[in-house]
Ligand binder design. Structure first.
Ligand SMILES: [Ca+2]
Ligand SMILES: [Ca+2]
Ligand SMILES: [Ca+2]
Ligand SMILES: [Ca+2]
Length: 409
């Protein structure tokens, strides 16, 4: 570079380097004047940090117009630019500088007004910066995706006398759930963590609970941990899936008793006010690891179902969710059930009433023996309309929705 005339002491000609992530070493350059005339001619060299604080590292007065070689040791590290200021008193001398070398790495961002390049740390090299990566030390994982949320639950509620409608109190098994689909940097699911807890057991049948992943084959599952199995209801393969299934079926518990901690006698758990058994549930931490990343998993809670009273073929699913390969389809169309395999219609009465509910909140279920239709006053309308009306039937908007005297609390 060559400056303009160095004829003004208070108005220097300035050369600024790009931002450099500096390492210890020497700043080297050559400089000379086109001529030495007028008064004194000077060059200052400064280090400028990210906050624009300047530190002078050389104050030089030219004594001739000859080439001078400089090697300025610096021991700083971090982001700096190097500034050169040429100034003088009268005359027409111009400063020349060449062969500049600064120890470090270029750290300016031309895409951002040549500001400081924001250095991205991606420890696991999965293309996501540590700060954007929920798993910064695991290249196979990138994001948590909670449903319904990291700190809340939705609820599955079952009526367990299917294919009979039973007392329809919908508290025979009440399971809260929260799923976390862990995805990689390509937004493919590599693992599911399910947190499940049994909030109520309002019956005498010894029921199991499992989840079918409808689009996933058993071979797609590498392993499952956290299952609560004590009996022989399920035949389980080494990877944790149930044997004899086309789609992956994950047994969760073969008896709710494996999970609940009941105070008091009898089979009831949190459904009979005052005199019935109460208690808390263990929090199940089910970890389902896929053998390869999955792109079409379907939506949580997937296809959960109850297995009735240790009878493996007696499955109770959400309305219109398909039974597994091990379901006893001869039960369809018996009792109040109006399922039709040919029509793809499952687990509904002729009035579309289900035996299982997936409730979009922590569900307040009916007390023991009270028909849910007496407790939730718009549920029948919701079912009759095939889910079109009163989609918020479970809410407590006002007394036209819910009879609180019939809710277990
Ligand atoms: Ca990363
Ligand atoms: Ca990662
Ligand atoms: Ca019941
Ligand atoms: Ca019950």
């Amino acid at each position: 570079m060559r400056t303009g005339q160095m004829s003004n002491l208070s108005n220097p000609h300035t050369l600024l380097s790009p931002w450099v992530d500096m390492t210890a070493g020497n700043i080297t350059f050559n400089t000379k004047l086109t001529a030495l005339n007028g008064g004194g001619k000077f060059m200052d060299v400064v280090l400028i940090d990210e906050n624009e604080n300047a530190t002078v590292i050389l104050e030089h007065q030219y004594s001739s117009a000859n080439v001078e070689n400089f090697s300025l040791p610096v021991s700083v590290s971090g982001i700096y630019k190097v500034g050169f200021f040429f100034y003088g008193d009268g005359g027409n001398s111009r400063g020349i500088l060449d062969d500049l070398s600064i120890p470090g790495t270029y750290a300016s961002d031309p895409g951002n007004d040549c500001g400081v390049l924001q250095l991205v740390t991606d420890t696991d090299n999965d293309s996501l910066a540590d700060e954007d990566d929920d798993y910064p030390n695991d290249s196979t994982k990138a994001f948590n995706n909670f449903y319904p949320g990291e700190n809340n639950f939705n609820t599955l509620a079952f009526e367990d006398l299917w294919p009979s409608q039973g007392d329809y109190d919908f508290n025979d098994l009440v399971v809260d759930y929260r799923f976390n689909e862990i995805t990689n940097a390509d937004n493919e699911v590599v693992e599911i963590i399910a947190n499940l807890q049994v909030r109520a057991v309002g019956g005498s049948q010894n029921n199991g609970f499992a989840i079918q992943l409808d689009n996933i084959s058993p071979a797609d599952i590498a392993s499952v941990s956290g299952q609560e199995i004590t009996g022989s209801l399920f035949s389980i393969a080494g990877n944790g899936t149930e044997n004899g299934q086309t789609n992956a079926v994950i047994p969760v518990f073969d008896s709710a008793d494996n999970v609940i901690n009941r105070n008091g006698n009898g089979s009831f758990f949190n459904t009979v006010p005052d005199t019935g058994g109460t208690g808390t549930s263990d929090l199940i931490n089910l970890v389902i690891t896929f053998s390869s990343p999955q792109q079409s998993l379907g939506n949580a809670p997937y296809n959960p179902f109850l297995i009735k009273n240790q009878q493996r073929g007696a499955e109770i699913h959400l309305a219109d969710r398909e039974p597994t390969d091990l379901a006893d389809t001869s039960l369809f169309g018996t009792g109040e059930d109006d399922s039709s395999v040919n029509a793809g219609r499952y687990y509904k009465t002729i009035n579309n009433l289900p035996w299982a509910l997936d409730v979009n909140t922590e569900f307040k279920y009916p007390v023991e023996g009270v028909d849910i239709i007496q407790a939730y006053l718009n549920l029948a309308e919701w079912a009759l309309s095939n889910g079109e009306f009163f989609t918020d039937w479970y809410s407590n908007n006002n007394s036209s929705y819910r009879d609180n005297s019939k809710i277990y609390d």
